[in-house]
Each structure stands twice: as C-alpha cells, then as structure tokens.
Design a protein around this ligand. Structure first.
Ligand code: CDP
Ligand code: MG
Length: 875
C-alpha cells in the first residue's frame, strides 16, 4: 500500500483474544477483508472448518488465528429490559424492520454502509442492535462518532434511556466534557475525540465496532477517520482482534465511500433503509427577498395563524439570527396556558386538513381572506413595515454572534393583534445552546400550544424533532471560507446545496404529510444552488491535518485514502507553511522527487502534541524556553476562540477605551491585540472568582461563552503541558498578573515566531495625499494594500512592521489581531523566510575568542517581496 503507517502500537494479544474455546457463538471463518463469505446459519450443522465463497467455487481454509464472532445463536444476545412505551415507539422506526439484514451484513463484512433518511432510527437503534448482539461484551466498547457535540450528548442520553441503562454504561465524550466510566459499553463521541484516541492507540483496541455517524456531512475529522479506519480494520483483523466499521449516512450519495478503491478495495455493502416518509409539498416563493429573516418571520406568522396544527421548524444560519427570531416570535405569540376547548379545530379546520395533500399556501391564504370577511373574529393583521432586523450599518461586523437581545424598541409591531392566535411554543436550537435547553425540542409542547423550533442547520440531519409538519427554509447556510492560497478568511452566508435543501424539506414529513416553504424562488434554486455540499476538507486550510498525519507516520499525505482528497494546492501550501514554521524538514528537491516527503522536525513532533493550530503549538513550544508558559497558554486559548471580543458599534467607544487602557504602554502596547486578549482572560478570571463573570463580560463586551471556552482550553492545555513536562508543574488555574515590560517584549517575539508568514509592512505614505488617510500595509501574499481594522488597539499607532492574526474580507480587506514587531527579530524568529545577503565591511567583523567564531554584519531581505532588513550580526 502507498500508505506508510507506523505500526508501533504494541498489541497485547493475550488480553484481546476472544474467548472462543468454550463459547458456542464464536464461529471461525476465513478473514478476508470485506469478503462476502457466507455465514454458517447454525454452527452445529455447518462444517466450521470450511466456508464456501458466494460463488460456491472457492473453498477457503481456516487460519488458526483469525476469527469473526458471529452471534448466530440467540443465546448470546444480551437481554435488554426496555420500557413498553419505548419498545412501542421503536417498532415504528423503519430501521427496526432491517435489523436482521443489518446484523447479517455486519457479521459477514468488516465494513458496512447504512444509508437512511434522517429520523429512520440509525443513530439511536444501530448501537442497540450491536449491544444486543454482544458487541459490548468482553470489555470491548461500541464507539459512535458524531460531527456535532449536540448529537453526541443527546444521543447518548436517548440510547441509555431506550436500553434502560445508566449513563455509566451509555456515555459520551466531547472535547471538554463527558461521563465515560470504566464500565462504559456504548460511547458516543465527537469525531475529533476519536481521532485523538487513534493517535495514542492506533488499533483502537478498546472497541469492537466503530460507527462513523453522519458521514454525509463530510466533516474533516470524519473523513480522516474513514481513511485511517479503512486501514485499522485490516490490521485488526489480521491480528485476530476483529473490528467492525459501520458508516452511516443520511443521504444515498455514498459513491465517495463505495467507489473509491483507494479507500476500500472491495466496495462495502450498502444497506438502504426505506423510511416512512410522508409526502412533503414544496412551495417556492415567487420572489426571493434578500431579507430572509424578515421573510421567515412573515411566513411563520402566516402558517401559525392560518394553517392547521403541526409543529413549525425554521432553518436560519446562526445563533444570533435564531435568537432574534425567537424573541420576535415569542413577543408576537406569547406563551400562556389556554383553555383546551378554544383550540379544538373547528369544522372548517377539519375541512382544511382533509385536503391538505394538495395544500398550497397561496390558495389557503385566499380562502382565509374570504373567510376573514365573513367572520367577525378576524385574523391578526401584521404590519411589517417597521420591522427591521438588528440594524447594523457596519457590515463588516454583521457576522458577529452576539448573545445580546436586540433593543426592545426594534421589536414593536404596530397594529399587531395576536390575542386570538393560539400560543406558540418557540424554542431555539443551535450547537452551543446548553444541553438542557436543547433537550426541550424533544419534549411535547405545553397543552394547546404549537411547537415552533428556530434552528441552524443542526436540525438538518443530526437531530429529528418530533411533530414537525411545516418547514420554513431560508435556503441559507453560514460557512467559514478561506482562500486556500492567500489565507484570507471570512464568514459567508451562502445558498445551501440542493441536497441540503431537500433534507430540510424532508423534516416536515416525519409524522404526517407536510409542507416546506422555501423563502426563495425555484429559479434561484435551480440556477444558483450547488448539487451537493463540498466536503469541509476541500474548503479549509489543512495545516493541522498535515501535521497530525505526519505525526502518525503518514509522510505522503497526498497519498492518504481520503474519501475525497483536499486538492494539491491546499496540501502544498500547508506543507509550505509548516516548513516555514520549522515543523517540517526542508528536503532538498532531488530529481524525480515530488517534494511530498517533508518529515517532521523535533520541533514539529513537539508541535503535534498540542491540540491547537500549528502556529499556536509553535508558540507554546518556544515559551518553555522563555519561561512564559502561563502567558502563552492563556494567549493561545484566547486566540483559538472565534470572536472573543465583541465589536458592535454603540459600545465601541466605551469598550475601546477600556481596551486601550488594558493594552498599557511600552512593550505591552506593542503586543497590541494579543495583550488585550491576555488581559481580558486574566481579568475575567478575577471577575469569576468574585462571582461577577457575567456582569464583567457584558460590561466589557466580551463574549461570555467564549470566555468560558477559553478557560476550558487553558485548563486543558495546562494539563497537557504538565503531562509532557512534569517538572514544569504549572498551576492549572493561575491568576495572571499583567506581564512585565520584558515579558511583553518576549511575548511579541513568541507571537512573531508563530505568525512569521503573516508579517505586514507599512506602505510609504503617498506624497500627494492631503486628506487624513489611514496608513496602508503590504502583506506577503496579496497584491493589493490593506488596512488595519478599527477594532485593533494599534489602529492609530501605525507601527512599521506588524504581524496579523487574520486577513479579513468584507467589503474591504482588513488585518485583524495586530502585534507590532521589530525587523531585527526577523532573522532570528522568521529565519526560514529571510535571505541573508552579503557581509558588510562596516562595522569590522568581530572575533570571539571564547567561541572561536567570527561575527559579522550582514544585510538581508525578508519574504517574497524582498523587504530590506536592517543589518544583523551573524556568526
Ligand atoms: O439517526 P437517524 O436520523 O436515522 O434517527 P434517530 O436520530 O435515531 O432518531 C430516531 C427517532 O428517535 C426520531 O423519530 C427522533 O425524533 C427520536 N428521538 C427522540 O424522540 N428523542 C431523542 N432524544 C432522540 C431521538
Ligand atoms: Mg442520526
């Protein structure tokens, strides 16, 4: 194989050998990766020494050591004591009808694909099938990965309930929390967690089966795991410790997995689960209103006031939008206990229900209008004229996820009469919502209320909300985009894919025929929507991925069996950046060498140990030497969080002054935005210790959830560093004093060492300019000049040389996260990008008798643009 995987992981054969001797349900068969050897139906009747291949020709001999456990005897089934109501609900799930075929295929093959509509019961039921079939015996676990934390937590809880087992047995593990115990039998985890486990135990010996759930989402980690596990499965089976790999997808588009012979030599069998999907009528808007939030509000109000019972599910793009619409809807239809008789559907409603299959909103609206004239009980009049969504003219900031409730005044609705409307039970759903809040969507709404869930695309496939009859689809999705070459990034709200839009529509037909209202026209859908969502791996920089893979011993990442590989340009620029950072050896190009073999340097090995982006890992590695570990840990934790500091307009001045004050003077000030982050986390730590974290955050425009997350990363990193270097013995939760001037200077150098490829230099002032103009900067990769973003504390300082954390594009291109540096540091901390020129005569070279070396001054240049460096002394 093209793969060069280190097989260093010791395997303890004694421990993991299945107890086959006296176990009647273990049948020995030939272990051929994914062969379709026929399973002996009954061990007693079959000649266990002979297995007939499907074509009936080949007779394969048994190897002594290879065994596949075939729980063909019902006696091995682990008894489960389910509650009757649970059992009843289970029997309604389409996947239950497929249990036998699924288990047969799993027993016969090492890799199996299960494709079935969301809600067919894959996530909750397949782990139970495996559990009952004995896959969690002998101290082995059933592992299930989820791309989303929400799903890992809520599914573990649900499966535990269904099996009537405690959370000690059915547990979850996500990056910062979990309830796994030594007796855990079924473990739900995020895909990132399992990837970390592969790094310490390549063969995943704890598991008897791994389920990669939601594989259609194509998250980077799930994709890597699939590539790795395709090999692990072969190795495990060669060693006689069988491992099953089950890939579950909510769409039938599985060719990337089955038709990729680099991934699976023999295509794994695909089991399609027919789902009991009711017809969903899709209604397109005639015109596409760019203000989809307003449109969603309007549509939801219409549905709620004019259409028969049934839950409403609304798809928006982000937390802020969700919160905005939730508070808007709650205000319009306040929750109150209602008298049951009021909301009993009247005869006219029944009539409507009868013909709802060809229901069309516009027609219903006409009917309703007619009816309105007849009945004195008129429907609420909605005046949307002064409805404006969180006005924000600073477009560059509109991506911010603030937890702020919008101003009360903005929510006044003139002429809105909602007294007659049934109350609406409005719930938000997004991934960072606390799990207790998330769980509410699975509960029955209070009597007499209509359920309305406002969600991000979490609800698209990961979670099935019961009772949804109407879907309102904005058609939008928020993705972080990067320019693979220049590294320019930004959030973009784009059209989702056709496949995703159809998934969303499908949510309406789970329990009865449903309706999907698309807030865009069919022309837009046909012409502007992509067919499928591009796998995440092909959308983002892969530096961390390349570093992690190299540390697993996979030198040629380009040859790794990804379901769909990142493109060459992406891999190449990642290798290049890692080489600049000093993580990869600079391999001189030989003839015939394609340049893909850069091995990890000792620094690279060290960097790979930290669960953060490579540039941050490098900063951590250097701080050890400078004894600045606690500061760098805090800084890295803060830098890892998206939008820790909020920058909205109204508060800008106040929080700006505070931030300027935090930045201090001298080297502290030059450390710039990094200093502000450091002080924010430090101050938040104090505020927390006096129980005032929340007030502190809202006063200083710091995102509370971001601070909490930063704190967790800080603790995690400290623990990991203490494990790597026990002699450091860092306090886990230190109260940091602001760094001294010397420390701040060293921190500036450390920041440079991690951001060396993001050095920018001020452009000479244009002569003719008389207007007060912000200075412009040149960056290594962009031809155009850029400005420092106004949120930076160095915004008005204009240092000549800076490093930036991010190039950010909105209507203009900005640099964000600025730290000032000194050019004479470049040959030391960014050596890989400096070209040292001719030694200078003046001053005269100096001989150092203690080292025996001659030192002379040289002039050099930096980077692609060949910026002149001040003379430096080198040996
Ligand atoms: O994985 P898949 O989308 O195929 O389905 P699932 O997540 O296993 O969900 C099966 C059913 O269980 C759905 O009808 C969900 O609504 C229901 N469920 C629930 O009622 N409560 C939960 N916490 C999780 C799932
Ligand atoms: Mg699922």
């Amino acid at each position: 194989t093209a793969l060069n995987i280190k097989q260093e992981t010791p395997v303890d054969d004694n421990n993991d050998e299945p107890e086959s001797n006296n176990d009647p349900d273990i049948v020995e068969v030939e272990d051929v990766a994914n062969s379709t050897t026929e399973k002996p139906n009954n061990a007693a009747e079959n000649d266990v020494n002979k297995v007939v291949a499907p074509d009936g020709k080949d007779e394969v001999k048994i190897k002594e050591k290879t065994k596949i456990s075939v729980p063909s005897n019902p006696a091995v089934y682990v008894p489960v004591d389910r509650k009757p109501e649970i059992q009843e609900a289970r029997l309604k799930l389409p996947i239950l009808a497929e249990e036998q075929i699924i288990m047969e295929k799993i027993n016969e093959n090492h890799v199996v694909l299960i494709a079935g509509e969301t809600g067919s019961g894959k996530t909750t039921q397949v782990p139970q099938f495996l559990y009952e079939a004995g896959y969690a015996r002998d101290g082995k676990m059933i592992g299930i990965t989820e791309p989303r934390r929400v799903a890992a937590i809520s599914m573990a809880k649900r499966v535990g309930e269904e099996l009537n087992l405690s959370c000690d047995d059915v547990s979850y593990l996500i990056r910062f929390e979990g309830n796994v115990t030594p007796t855990t039998k079924i473990k739900f985890m995020t895909d990132g967690v399992l990837l970390k486990e592969v790094q310490s135990d390549f063969l995943l010996n704890k598991y008897s089966v791994i389920i990669l759930d939601e594989a259609h989402e194509r998250s980077v980690y799930t994709d890597i795991l699939m590539g790795l596990l395709s090999r692990v499965v072969i190795l495990r089976n060669k060693r006689g410790i069988p491992l099953k790999l089950i890939i579950m997808s909510a769409t039938l588009k599985v060719e990337d997995f089955t038709e990729n012979t680099r991934l699976f030599k023999i295509p794994p069998p695909v089991i399609k689960v027919e789902s009991r999907q009711f017809p969903v009528t899709v209604h397109f808007n005639k015109r596409t209103n760019p203000d989809y939030l307003k449109e969603a509000y309007r549509k939801t109000c219409k549905i709620h006031t004019q259409l028969p019972d049934g839950g409403i599910l609304i798809f928006l793009t982000g937390q802020q939008e969700v919160n905005t619409l939730v508070s808007k809807l709650r205000k319009a239809f306040p929750f109150r206990k209602v008298n049951k008789t009021i909301d009993k559907p009247d005869d006219q409603d029944k009539e409507k229900e009868d013909e709802e299959d060809e229901l069309n909103l516009d027609r219903v609206m006409q009917k309703v209008k007619k009816k309105k004239k007849e009945t004195p009980l008129s429907l609420p009049e909605i005046n949307l004229d002064n409805y404006d969504v969180a006005p924000n003219d600073d477009t560059e900031m509109d991506i911010l996820e603030s937890d702020e409730e919008p101003d009360e005044e903005d929510w006044e609705l003139e002429g809105m009469k909602v007294s007659n409307a049934q109350p609406l039970w409005v719930l938000p759903l997004y991934s960072v919502l606390p799990s207790r809040e998330q769980a509410k969507v699975f509960q029955e709404p209070p009597e007499g209320c209509r359920l309305c869930v406002v969600a991000t695309n979490v609800a698209e496939t990961s979670l099935t909300i019961p009772g949804v009859k109407y879907v309102v689809d904005s058609g939008k999705v928020k993705t972080k985009l990067y320019d693979k070459i220049t590294g320019v990034s930004g959030f973009a709200i784009t059209w989702t894919s056709k496949a995703a839009a159809d998934q969303r529509a499908g949510r309406a037909g789970r329990t009865s025929p449903g309706h999907c209202y698309r807030l865009y026209s069919s022309a837009v859908f046909n012409d502007e929507f992509e067919g499928w969502t591009v796998p995440e791996m092909q959308r983002r920089p892969v530096d961390e991925l390349v570093l992690q893979m190299k540390s697993l011993g996979i030198q040629r990442v380009v040859n790794f069996p990804f379901p769909s590989s990142p493109d060459l340009a992406q891999l190449k620029s990642a290798e290049q950046r890692l080489t600049y950072l000093g993580a990869l050896e600079r391999t001189p190009k030989k003839k015939g060498d394609d340049g893909w073999v850069g091995k990890l340097t000792p620094l690279g090995e060290a960097m790979a140990k930290f669960p953060v982006a490579p540039r941050f890992a490098k900063m951590l590695c250097l701080s050890h030497q400078h004894n600045l570990m606690e500061y760098t840990i805090t800084l890295v934790a803060a830098l890892s969080i998206q939008e820790l500091l909020l920058n909205d307009n109204e508060s800008q001045n106040k929080s700006r002054n505070k931030r300027l004050c935090w930045a201090g003077q001298g080297n502290s000030k030059l450390l710039g935005d990094a200093m502000v982050l450091l002080r924010s986390v430090g101050a938040a730590e104090y505020a927390n210790s006096c129980g005032k974290l929340e007030e502190f955050c809202s006063e200083h425009k710091i995102r509370l959830k971001g601070i909490i997350e930063a704190r967790k990363i800080r603790i995690q990193l400290t623990n990991e560093i203490n494990l790597l270097n026990p002699e450091l013995n860092l306090p886990v939760d230190p109260k940091l004093k602001p760094p001294t001037d010397i420390q701040a200077k060293l921190l500036r150098q450390i920041v440079l060492s991690g951001m060396l490829d993001q050095v920018a230099r001020k452009v000479d002032e244009p002569q003719e300019s008389t207007v007060k103009q912000r200075p412009l900067y040149h960056t290594p990769l962009l031809d155009e000049t850029v400005q420092v973003h106004s949120s930076s504390v160095l915004y008005k300082e204009y240092p000549e040389w800076i490093v930036y954390q991010e190039i950010y594009q909105t209507n203009k291109v900005y640099l964000r996260g600025i730290t000032a540096i000194e050019p004479e540091w470049l040959p030391v901390f960014a050596k890989s990008l400096c070209r040292v020129g001719v030694p200078m005569e003046d001053p005269v070279p100096r001989y150092d008798p203690t080292t025996g070396l001659i030192y002379c001054h040289v002039k050099g240049t930096f980077g692609r643009r060949g910026w002149d460096l001040p003379p430096v002394e080198i040996e």
